[in-house]
Write a protein of this length. Structure first.
Length: 150
């Protein structure tokens, strides 16, 4: 899907409160929830992006090409709303949320490590205020504070 000459958008998605669900309802319920969340994200990015599960409750989405900033942010907000819709598992209604960090290639890095780090920093920043901050605003800030060195 992506090669070294193709610009792309990188979303780093972290599900919130998954550990609490595992601790409260058990791993079977937690695993079922992860499968349902995965299906929901895949459906959301059905034709535009490729989904990868990179950790217990963490996902990457690669979207080929570049989108204008407002469209990218609108899509991320819509995905958050989709993830926040209730999931029905074993006759229980389970609610979760997610945080998303966004970076783009080649603007925010030239390697997976650099792009992932930029998206991870944006995600952590977003978790504090639960507000999506576009990479064009966030990256210069963390570069100025020394959190990212180019």
């Amino acid at each position: 899907m992506i090669n070294e000459n193709t610009p792309f958008i990188f979303l780093y998605i972290d599900l919130d409160r998954c550990k609490n669900i595992n601790d409260s309802f058990g791993h079977f319920t937690g695993d079922s929830l992860l499968m349902l969340v995965t299906a929901r994200i895949k459906k959301f990015y059905n034709t535009t992006g490729k989904l990868y599960r990179v950790g217990g409750d963490e996902f990457d989405v690669l979207i080929k090409g570049q989108a204008e900033r407002t469209k990218m942010l609108e899509n991320a907000k819509l995905l958050i709303q989709k993830v926040e819709e209730p999931f029905n598992i074993e006759e229980m209604e389970i609610h979760i949320s997610c945080s998303i960090g966004i970076a783009s290639f080649p603007l925010h890095g030239s390697s997976y490590k650099e792009i992932h780090r930029a998206a991870d920093l944006a995600l952590r920043w977003n978790k504090k205020g639960k507000e999506i901050i576009p990479p064009n605003d966030f990256i210069p800030f963390v570069e100025e504070t020394g959190l990212i060195i180019r």
